[in-house]
Structure formats: structure tokens, C-alpha cells
Design a binder for this molecule. Structure first.
Ligand SMILES: [Fe+2]
Length: 403
């Protein structure tokens, strides 16, 4: 993250002696991106963060080689509500799609995760329902519906569901960093006035967590797979940190939609940028306001992108007949032109004539610049009829639409 935060106690200057109350020294740790040449933070541990005592391989379902090509080519529709419920927010992930740059998973978590460090890239966890406490070496974030929690690569953390309901989440794992789009930022990293959100919308951690413990396992993901490293001391022993690299939360309801007189393309909804992908937020907003506007998307073919869309909230009654509803995921790949379902344009124009002025749909989109392959578990929740829904011109009640 581009701007500076400080939490807890830190010494007067970097890299000077910082004494514990017992006279010993706190252990300084730099968490830094791009080889000391980008954002970083300095953390002060009670114990050395280097002390490991055991390393064990972990069999897991997160390995991207379990993805299969989208062949024969089809647009896809998955109903996440039909996926298995259970597990935790780390090992319970069910990969739906992925490529060399990003893996997108769904999880319906009902259990606390182990401590986890992703050393492949940043993660963004979007909570569709439920609530969870995110605990990390930096401190804790109370996350709830609509939150994106952005977790920098290497952050040791765990997820604890809160309340009775399980936590439905979309997990976006990058092979690199997930950041606000550069065009939203000044040269020195401040959000510009035209950006659809700003520093005030980002929630950092509450004070540092101080947890005692010995022989504490941490699941580490690197490109070789998963390893369980056992640490001599609990990693949550940081008395303070400062810097520009840390986890934070942003709620989708704090995204300020940008509306044009005629239909605006998805880049106005962009929220984050990752390596070879973008994350966009489709939020409740007024319809395009020209009297002659067609206030839903035109048919489009983004020749360089695959488009993954997760429908998370809102009134989808206009989509009756398409099968797309809350909890649905659609995948519209390059090689296929998609657009409003038969009858959707006429239906929304009629709605505007009758006084309808806005849409309350909420969706999260991931557009990738390399083809998405399909997760094995997704097939169990696939609507096999979706690909043919545009051809069902006789079904005038089909109202599928999106950005
Ligand atoms: Fe689209």
C-alpha cells in the first residue's frame, strides 16, 4: 500500500537498538517488495522471526496443475451455492478458474484456519456472506459482508469465522502484487480526486497482537506447493510496526460508481490491479441517463481477456430464465462474444419508461489477460445449459445482463 501507517511501539529511527522491558533487544524484520526497491514495513518482534524447528510437506488441493483448459471453448456458469460447505478459508478453497497469473477460488468456511503464509503472491479475499476475524503479524481486521481484504505476499495470518453462519468468500490469489490501479494515484501514491475510493475508505489493522506460543505451525505456500513450517515462537509477537506495506480492508459499498450519459465500460468499475488481471466492483448505481440510452451493456468481445464475474447481491429478478442469480459465477472467455440475453435490452428500456432509475446489483469481476483454465471442483456446480441461453430467443423473459 502506498501510504504510511504506524501501529504500536517503534524506535525513534530505523535500524537502531530497541530494548525490550527485560533489557533484551526486539528483533527487527523488514517485509519489503521488489528487492528493497518498493513498499516495505519494519516489524519489531519479541522473538527472532527466523527460528524454525521443523518442515513438513502438506498435500493440498491448491496446486494450479489441477486446472484444465476451457476446451471445447464454452461460456460457463457455475452456481457456487451448490459447492461443498466446510473447511477453512485457506485449505477449504475450491479453485474455480486460474492461469499462470491468478487462481480464483470459492470457499464456504465454517472453521478456523491454521496460520498461513502465501509466498507466491498477494491475496484478495472477498466476503460474500458471513463475518470473519483476520489476524496477522500486523494486527487484526474484523471483516464482514462486502469486504475485500488485501493481504500482501508473505503476511503470516489466519482466518477465524465469527458468528453462526459460514463464510462465503471469493479468494483471488495472484502471482505478484494486488494494488490500486496506477491511474488512481499521484506520482507519490496518493489517491487522486477522480478515483472511486480513497485512503479514508481503507481500513487498516487494529493494534498489534501479542500471542505467546512455542512450536507453532505455519502453512507456507510457495511455487513448490504447501509446507508446514514449525516456528519456535508464535509469529504474532510484534509490538509495533511502521511502513507502507500491510494488509487492509476495503468494503465494496464504499466504491463510488462512475456513471455516464451512455453506457460506461467496465474500466470505470476497476478496483484493483494485479499482474495480468484486474478486479472490478459493480455496485448499485443510477442507470445511464441519456433519454435514448440503452442502460445495459452492448454485446462485446474483449479479444485479450477472459471475464470472470461473481454475482454477490442485488435483485436479479430481471434475469429470470437465464439461471444467473446471487452466488452465480459466469466465465466469458476470449473467443466468444457475450452480451445481454434475448429480451434484456427491451425489458430494461421498458423499466426505465415505467420509472425505474437505478440498478441494485452487486458483482465482483476478475478480467484476466491470459486464458482461464477450469478448476476440477467447478464442474460439479456447472449449469450446462448456460452456453445456449443466448440462442433461446423465444424465451423473452431471459434477462441476463452484466457489465
Ligand atoms: Fe462482459
Amino acid at each position: 500500500m502506498p501510504y504510511y501507517r504506524v501501529t504500536g511501539e517503534i524506535p525513534r529511527k530505523r535500524h537502531i537498538r530497541f530494548n525490550r522491558p527485560d533489557g533484551g533487544l526486539y528483533a527487527e524484520e523488514l517485509m519489503g517488495e521488489e528487492g528493497f526497491s518498493s513498499d516495505s514495513s519494519l516489524l519489531y518482534h519479541v522473538h527472532p522471526p527466523t527460528a524454525i524447528v521443523k518442515s513438513e510437506a502438506v498435500a493440498d488441493g491448491l496446486v494450479p496443475t489441477k486446472l484444465a483448459p476451457n476446451h471445447p471453448l464454452l461460456p460457463r456458469h457455475y452456481r457456487t451455492q451448490e459447492l461443498a460447505v466446510g473447511g477453512d478459508l485457506v485449505l477449504g478453497r475450491q479453485p474455480l478458474a486460474g492461469n499462470e497469473d491468478v487462481i480464483i477460488s470459492f470457499v464456504a468456511a465454517d472453521a478456523e484456519s491454521e496460520l498461513y503464509r502465501n509466498s507466491v503472491g498477494d491475496e484478495t479475499v472477498y466476503l460474500q456472506s458471513g463475518a470473519a476475524r483476520f489476524e496477522s503479524v500486523y494486527g487484526a481486521i474484523e471483516a464482514s459482508v462486502g469486504d475485500y481484504v488485501v493481504i500482501p505476499r508473505g503476511t503470516i495470518h489466519r482466518w477465524i469465522p465469527v458468528g453462526q453462519a459460514h463464510v462465503n468468500a471469493l479468494v483471488i490469489e495472484a502471482r505478484g502484487h494486488i494494488r490500486p490501479p496506477k491511474r488512481y494515484l499521484s506520482d507519490t501514491g496518493q489517491f487522486l480526486e477522480h478515483a472511486p475510493y480513497s485512503e479514508r475508505d481503507l481500513r487498516g489493522v487494529t493494534g498489534p497482537l501479542l500471542t505467546d506460543g512455542a512450536d507453532v505451525p505455519v502453512i507456507v505456500r510457495n511455487r513448490g506447493g504447501l509446507t508446514r513450517l514449525t516456528y519456535a515462537y508464535h509469529p504474532f509477537d510484534v509490538v509495533g510496526w511502521d511502513g507502507c506495506l500491510y494488509p487492509y480492508a476495503f468494503n465494496i459499498s464504499d466504491f463510488e460508481p462512475i456513471v455516464k450519459r451512455t453506457h460506461a465500460p467496465p474500466p470505470v468499475h476497476q478496483t484493483f490491479a494485479g499482474p495480468n488481471f484486474v478486479i472490478c466492483s459493480f455496485c448499485p448505481r443510477p442507470f445511464d441517463f441519456d433519454p435514448e440510452a440503452v442502460p445495459i451493456p452492448y454485446n462485446h468481445h474483449n479479444v485479450d481477456s477472459d471475464e470472470f464475474m461473481f454475482y454477490v447481491a442485488g435483485d436479479y429478478s430481471a434475469r429470470a430464465g437465464s439461471g444467473v442469480g446471487i452466488g452465480s459465477v459466469t466465465l466469458h472467455p476470449s473467443g466468444f462474444t457475450h452480451g445481454p440475453a434475448p429480451g434484456a435490452v427491451e425489458a430494461v428500456i421498458a423499466g426505465v419508461a415505467a420509472g425505474r432509475t437505478s440498478t441494485d446489483e452487486t458483482a465482483v469481476m476478475v478480467d484476466t489477460f491470459r486464458p482461464l483454465q477450469l478448476g476440477a471442483q467447478a464442474a460439479a456446480a456447472e449449469d450446462a445449459e448456460y452456453a445456449w441461453s443466448w440462442a433461446r430467443a423465444d424465451k423473452a423473459d431471459i434477462g441476463r445482463k452484466h457489465g
